[in-house]
Design a protein around this ligand. Structure first.
Ligand SMILES: [Zn+2]
Length: 216
């Protein structure tokens, strides 16, 4: 194994940061995890939630999948991977907040819009979860530019996932009683900005503006 493997070098830096005698972060984390937030994000290598939000190990429970989708609730455990992680995060870890985090330039959403994946592929079946977002986009933005359609569909897919979350009965119960908060966030990597879904207007509004536009 090459000693200059950049991933091993990366682990050594991590080791220095979190296992040093002066800052033994994992000494307590080894006793158990108590994350307060669950983030559901895309697999995209440019969308790394703990890095984007400055979270330390142990603070954030993360589910990542293509296009940050939440499948509709199914008692037959279809798409059991996401359902199992949701169950664990909500019922065992008692997270108090779930953030569905979409992003600009999402390849999954692009494939959904263009129907560019093979018909019988797992990817096609998975992306079908966001079909309502595709329909909404083409119904309301038929003549818009491809870039605007992509943005609309990326944001509509976040709404689809938030709506699907409320179909999980044990999760909806916690939202109703105020034990659990749901947020929809959108990372615009082109502008370096963060947008959030406004619960009243159902529109995305700036949470963190681009660096050069602090007044937005
Ligand atoms: Zn993506």
């Amino acid at each position: 194994m090459a000693l200059d493997d950049p991933l091993l070098q990366g682990f050594r830096r991590f080791q220095q940061q979190y296992f040093s005698a002066s800052n033994p972060v994992y000494a307590s984390l080894c006793q158990g995890q108590h994350p307060v937030t669950l983030v559901i994000a895309c697999c995209d290598s440019r969308v790394h939630p703990p890095a984007l939000m400055g979270s330390q190990p142990g603070e954030m429970f993360v589910i990542r999948n293509v296009a940050n989708l939440v499948p509709p609730y199914s008692p037959h455990n279809e798409h059991a991977s996401v359902a199992a992680a949701l169950e664990f995060a909500v019922l065992s870890l008692n997270v108090g907040r779930i953030i569905v985090m979409g992003h600009s330039g999402c390849g999954g959403i692009q494939a959904l819009l263009r129907r560019s994946t093979p018909r019988d592929s797992a990817l096609t079946r998975w992306l079908a979860i966001a079909e309502p977002a595709r329909e909404l986009t083409y119904r309301h933005h038929a003549g818009a530019s491809a870039a605007l359609q992509a943005r609309q569909c990326e944001q509509a897919a976040i709404l689809v996932s938030l709506n699907n979350l409320l179909g999980y009965p044990w999760l909806a119960d916690r939202v109703k009683t105020g034990q659990l908060m749901l947020n929809g966030w959108y990372f615009d990597m082109h502008e370096g900005a963060l947008w959030g879904l406004d619960a009243e207007s159902h529109r995305f509004v700036p949470l963190v503006c681009p660096l050069e536009r602090a007044d937005c």
